[in-house]
Design a protein around this ligand. Structure first.
Ligand code: RIB
Ligand code: CA
Length: 313
């Protein structure tokens, strides 16, 4: 089976690796990249998306998207994790191509409408583009094949606050729209991605397998690795965004549960994703009002890392 996908992204070191997988895997038809602020500002994200495609020798449409969150004030980009250029501050070649004239949201709407029932949206950054697409054309809810989100956390706790994962925290109002829209959705959050550790020897294998693109992936990984060493105390990195694609193609490596998501949009818990398992009664209906979705609660980390390396080797 071949999956036509739109990959919504804020590249970003781990985004770059996931984009490489989306371009390389024979079971993925990459229809386009849509970009958002997040790890970097949206201009840098768009530049990086174009660059990664050019380094792979592929002509993939890139559409520029959300520059700021829907409601909250934008936080500064995490330059200490991804570098100011999003790719570990390594020297980068010039980009020759340009982004599409239409916005990311319009690109999503047009592409989904052109192939009803076929297109999967894989989103691995803040969710403003999905929220904007829903606003432009709510009928895409019944026309997408499925939506896979890297973001959120149920039992694992947060990575930017004690309870919030970065993509949801960066635009909780957009996440609240996208995660509760009623389309078929799977959330691949920290409960799964924190089970995966990509080691230096894995990156060496990827670097040899991916030519010019591999050099950028490996060199930017070195910066990301230093962040993990300093803050998490281990030698390796979590390939968050690649996990969304791993779920799409190898869902048997994940443990999922079905239920209702609520996104906290204000206060100390902003960005938290609250999960109410389906059919479990609670004291009030406020946590079970949203449509049912699938949420990853665990994953076979070593097997996912093997899949990433074998895809890019
Ligand atoms: O929390 C992990 C997510 O936020 C990933 O999408 C990564 O790129 C980071 O920005
Ligand atoms: Ca990302």
């Amino acid at each position: 089976m071949r999956y036509p996908i739109i990959f919504d992204t804020d590249p970003g070191v781990d985004d770059a690796q996931a984009i490489a997988i989306a371009m390389a895997h024979p079971d993925i038809e990459l229809l386009g990249l849509t970009t958002t602020f997040g790890n970097v500002d949206v201009a840098t994200a768009t530049h990086n998306a174009l660059l990664l495609c050019e380094l792979a020798g592929q002509n993939i449409p890139v559409a520029r998207g959300a520059a700021v969150p829907l409601v909250k004030k934008k936080h500064p980009a995490p330059a200490h994790i991804h570098g100011t250029n999003g790719l570990g501050n390594i020297a980068l070649p010039d980009v020759r191509g340009d982004a599409m004239p239409q916005s990311a949201a319009q690109f999503i709407v047009d592409t989904v409408n052109a192939r009803p029932g076929a297109v999967t949206l894989v989103a691995v950054g803040p969710l403003g583009n999905l929220a904007a697409a829903l606003q432009l054309d709510p009928e895409i809810i019944s026309k997408v094949k499925q939506v896979v989100i890297m973001g959120g956390s149920i039992k694992e706790g947060g990575n930017v606050t004690p309870v919030a994962e970065a993509n949801i925290f960066n635009d909780p109002h957009a996440a609240a729209h996208a995660l509760t829209a009623g389309w078929p959705l799977t959330m691949v959050g920290l409960d799964a991605t924190h089970r995966c550790t990509l080691k230096p020897h894995d990156m060496e294998a990827i670097a040899t397998g991916q030519g010019r693109l591999g050099a950028v992936l490996a060199d930017s990984y070195a910066f990301y690795r230093a962040f993990y060493q300093q803050t998490m105390g281990f030698d390796g990195c979590c390939p968050h965004d690649s996990c969304a694609l791993a779920w799409l193609l190898c869902s048997e490596l994940f443990t999922t549960a079905r239920g209702h998501l609520t996104v906290v949009t204000e206060g100390d818990a902003e960005g938290q994703t609250i999960f109410a398992p389906e059919a479990r009664p609670f004291i009030d209906t406020r946590w079970t009002r949203t449509p049912s979705v699938d949420v990853c609660l665990d994953a076979d980390g070593p097997a996912i890392v093997d899949w990433i390396v074998s895809t890019l080797h």
